[in-house]
Structure formats: C-alpha cells, structure tokens
Design a protein around this ligand. Structure first.
Ligand code: GLC
Length: 559
C-alpha cells in the first residue's frame, strides 16, 4: 500500500511546495541523544552516527537544541559564545560534518538561537561586570541600581520564570555591593538589552555565521521576550510566570519584537534553499502567536495551545479550528507538537488531570500501558493534521516520562531554585535507549555513564528491541511518516473537514481522499468503514462493513 501511495504523491508533485509547510521536524536534545566519547553526555559525533536512523524514520529535518560554548547552567540555553561548539558536544568541524552528512541524506538541519539572554560567562557580560558601573558594555544588558536606601532591593518586582526575583545584585570591582541585572530565567542567564544597536547587529552576524555554514533554519528561543517595556515598570501584583504560560506583561510579547523578526526574515531570504525560522513564542492568544508568522516575519511558530489541549473531543476540535484559522489569516502553516524538552512527555501528560498538570508542569505516575495507548493515538492524530509536525526524540519509542528521578541527580536549574516551579524538566530528558539490556543501552559505550540515570526497564523500549517489530511504537511512527509522505491527501493543503459522528467520544475529520478517526471516549465504538484502513494506533476489530475502535485508538483510512 505504502509503495503505491509513494508513487502517487511523487508523480503528483512536480515542483515541491515550500518544504517547511508540511515538514516533520524531529527535535534532538544533544545531551541525551547519543554519546560517542563515553563522558555520559551526548554529542555531535554521536548524532552524526545516528543520522541514518533518522532518515529511516522518515523525518524531513532535525532541530538541535543548543550545542554552543556554555557553562550548561540551563543545559546550553546559557550561551557563552554563539559561534563555537562546546567541547562537551564536539567541535565546529563536527557541526559542519553533521550538516553535510544530514544534507547528503536529504535531511535539513535547524539550530537553536538564544537571543533573549546570554550566559553570565559571555565575554560582554564578564567585561561589563569587571569594568563596573558606567561600563558601556552594561548597556547591552539591563543593569540598574537597586531600590531602597542602600540599593538593597531589586529594581522592580518581576519574578524569574525559574523562581525567585528576576534580578541579581552584582559586586563592584572594589568589593562593595553594586548594581542589579535582569534575568528572566536563571541568574546565569542575563537578559540582553535589545534597544542597544550592538545587540541587534551581533545577532544578525550570528544568523549569517550559521547560514554560511549551511544550516536550514533556526528555532528562536523565547522569541516573545526580547523587547521589554520602556522603564521596566513594576507589575504591581505578585505573580508567577511559568514556561509556556505567560500573560500580557511588560517583558513578553511586546509589539517591538516584530521589527527584529522582519529584519531577520530579510537575511533568511537572501540565502538560497528556503531557510526558515520557527518561533518559541508564548503569547496570550493564537492571533498574537500568528503575528510572528506574518509573511515578512518568521515561518512557523510552535503551537503551545495545542500542546496544552486536553484529550477531549470538543477541546481538540476547538483548538485545532482556532489554530488553523489563526494561521490561515496570515498565510502560515499550522504546527503541531505534543512533546519537547520542557514539558512532561505526552505518554504521561495526556492521562494526567488538573490544569497545571495538563499544561505539562508536574509529572505524575500513570499506568504505562494506558499512557502509551493514548500517546500513540494522539501522535497518529497529530500527524494527520494539516501543517508541520514537531516530534521530540524518544516519542517514536513511546518513552514514558521518568517520574522518580531522585533530587540529587536532577539538573533542571528551576528544580533547585526557590519553589522549584517548572523544575520538572529532567524526566523528559533522560538519554535515549538504543540497544542492549542494561544502561546506558547504547547511548554511550557499554558500562559508560549517562548524565541522567535511565530506568532499568528501558531495554524493551530500545530502538533495537522495536526495530522491524510489527506493532511497536517505532514501527507505527515509521509507517505513519511513510504514509504521510506518500498520501496525496496529507500534503500542505489546509483542507480539514470535520465529520459528524454519532458518538460524542469520537473525533473524525477528512482531508482529500483521507480520513482520520480517533476514539477519545472510554468505551469501544463500532463505526461503518469509510474506506480501506491505512494504519491504526492499536489493535482494532474489523469485519467487511464495520470496525470496532477501542478507547484511545486512532485509525487512518483511505476514504
Ligand atoms: C526556552 C527553552 C528552555 C529554556 C528557556 C531559557 O523556553 O526551551 O529549555 O530553559 O528557554 O532559555
């Protein structure tokens, strides 16, 4: 079946549409993917050696989380030098080799750009501190005198997303207490002052540096955070800001960010081959998110509204419609994601209840079989939606969230700060099991370490254990990506039509010659066959006219 479909789609598509409009982009978290040198931390040569696996999986592009020179205070999202590779991950030559190998295999490479803040070990910041108050380099960050009689209070009332205040007091070169600096994240991540022309210039040259090296695009970290309200005004209310969930505020989603992205788009467009940028922009509404992907701005934005949507027919329909409507209005493709390195893996999350938990903050234990069943159904649904899909490494193996990491091995900086809000991101970052029956399961050399411990039960989830095994989660993803690539109805067209169903627990939609049906209810449902079954996320019972869908099951049909 798949072979026939491939022939149909290839011959139907003479000139390929913009590759990114329906691309499947696979997020690699370099620390946790493959460790070539046995230091317990994944690296670029490790990724390079696994590219054939990704090719076979059937993705279009990889997005690599940061691998730049960094003290790793926030796992590389604290960049000390934007143009070098951290020795823990390899060298610039390794990055070039990786890009070249990926291109040879027909895979594109997207790198992470972190423009909201640098590391406190960035040369500008180190010099700004060393030169003391009045240093022109301080103007590239947000340094302010403190409030209170002796400047002992932070300059405003903003909280850090990782807990505690968003300000840290410096010590002057003569040892006296000095000014404060702003960090919306950890103290090791000082925020840049984007009103300073040197900051804007620097990032334009960083973009060019990586574009010249051949990358196909950028994922823009905290894209909504760069511009702060003039005067850094108080919020006036006590609040907590969470990753992926901030309202309107003096430092997020300010209109001024859009001018920056227009200037970046002009740079991207100078390069051949459709280089793209995808925004990590948390904005209060999908319309505000769509503003980042207007025709002269970035290409895609992550759809966090969808990621936070409960497993419920009405909610799913509402958010899918709202996402498609918002993106259609600006001519951008919708994007769909269920997991990434900041949230509880969807094998757990979709079974968790409660607002904060559904939003992915605090992992709880769920029945692993039930979690996997629902995750597979959700992934198959996601891969049928019009637009671009983002997968997070390990979801194709059905990896669960690791919920029992002891505090002493946890490395998420937020875990160790203040109330530890949002500090639960280590459980989705545990290194990938490739083969073998004991840790590190081929992540690194036999008997070698891994920076986070892998569960004893992961040998059955390894790539080797699932490869070519009918019904395995890896086989399901491979088949789904092959059908998605081949089926004429699963291209970039924004053509979803809801199908009226007799059962309230069933979500069904048509695309050209294709139907996707998901049973989100708690009871099995019998439905008339709309056509030939292409793929099912779990076992189904079929007779010539009807099919019984168990709960938490998705079926793709040729219809
Ligand atoms: C983004 C990243 C997250 C990081 C934060 C600060 O949200 O996805 O991992 O901690 O930015 O850079």
């Amino acid at each position: 079946m798949t072979d026939q479909l491939i022939a149909r789609r290839d011959s139907a598509v003479a000139a390929p549409a913009s590759w990114w409009r329906d691309a499947v982009i696979y997020q690699i978290y370099p620390r946790s993917f493959a460790d070539s040198n046995g230091d317990g931390i994944g690296d670029l040569p490790g990724i390079r050696s696994r590219l054939p696996y990704l090719k076979d999986l059937g993705i279009d592009a990889v997005w690599l989380s940061p691998f730049y020179a960094s003290p790793q205070a926030d796992a590389g999202y604290d960049v000390a030098d934007y143009r070098t590779v951290d020795p823990v991950f390899g060298t610039l030559a390794d990055a070039q080799g990786l890009i070249a190998d990926a291109h040879d295999l027909g895979l594109r490479v997207i790198v992470d750009l972190v423009p909201n803040h640098s590391s406190d070990q960035h040369e500008w910041f180190r010099r700004a501190l060393a030169e003391g108050p009045g240093s022109p380099l301080r103007e590239r960050y947000h340094f302010r005198p403190g409030r209170g009689a002796a400047g002992e209070l932070p300059p405003n009332d903003w909280p850090s997303i990782f807990g505690g205040p968003a300000w840290t007091r410096t010590t002057n070169p003569d040892g006296t207490p000095g000014e404060w600096y702003l960090h919306l994240f950890a103290p090791e991540q000082p925020d840049f002052n984007w009103d300073h022309p040197a900051v804007a210039d620097e990032f334009r040259t960083i973009l060019r540096f990586w574009l010249d090296l051949g990358v196909d695009g950028f994922r823009i970290d905290v894209a909504h955070g760069l511009v702060k309200a003039q005067g850094l005004p108080d919020l006036g209310v006590e609040t907590e800001w969470h990753l992926l969930d901030v309202g309107v505020s003096p430092c997020f989603d300010r209109d001024g960010v859009h001018e920056i992205y227009r200037s970046w788009r002009r740079i991207l467009d100078e390069y051949p081959g459709e280089r793209i940028a995808v925004a990590e922009a948390w904005a209060p509404t999908l319309e505000r998110v769509a503003a980042y992907v207007r025709p002269d701005e970035l290409h895609q934005a992550f759809n966090f509204s969808y990621m936070g949507t409960a497993w419920d027919v009405a909610e799913q329909r509402r958010v899918i419609d709202a996402s498609l409507d918002a993106m259609r209005a600006v001519g951008a493709p919708a994007t769909w994601t269920l997991s990434n390195h900041d949230v509880v893996r969807h094998t757990n999350r979709l079974l968790q209840t409660g607002e904060g938990e559904v939003a992915g903050r605090r992992p709880t234990r769920v029945d692993p079989a039930a979690g996997l069943r629902r995750a597979r159904a959700a992934s198959l649904l996601l891969l049928a939606l019009p637009g671009s899909a983002y997968l997070y490494q390990g979801e194709e193996l059905g990896l669960p969230e690791v919920v029992d990491l002891p505090p002493e091995v946890r490395q998420d900086p937020a875990f160790h700060r203040a109330t530890g809000q949002d500090g639960y991101r280590d459980g989705c970052r545990v290194p990938i099991p490739w083969h073998g029956d004991r840790p590190p399961y081929g992540f690194g050399p036999p008997g070698g370490p891994s920076w986070l411990p892998q569960p004893d039960s992961w040998s059955e989830l390894s790539v080797a254990a699932q490869e070519n095994v009918p019904g395995s989660t890896l086989s399901l993803y491979r088949a789904a990506l092959a059908v998605r690539r081949a089926h004429p109805g699963l291209g970039a067209a924004d053509d979803l039509r809801w199908v009226r169903t007799a059962d309230k627990g069933v979500l069904a939609f048509d695309r050209h010659g294709f139907r996707c049906t998901t049973n989100m209810g708690t009871e099995p449902v019998r439905i008339a066959r709309p056509g030939e079954v292409l793929l099912a996320s779990g076992p189904i019972e079929a007779d010539p006219d009807t099919v019984v869908l168990p709960p938490d099951t998705t079926v793709w049909w040729n219809a």
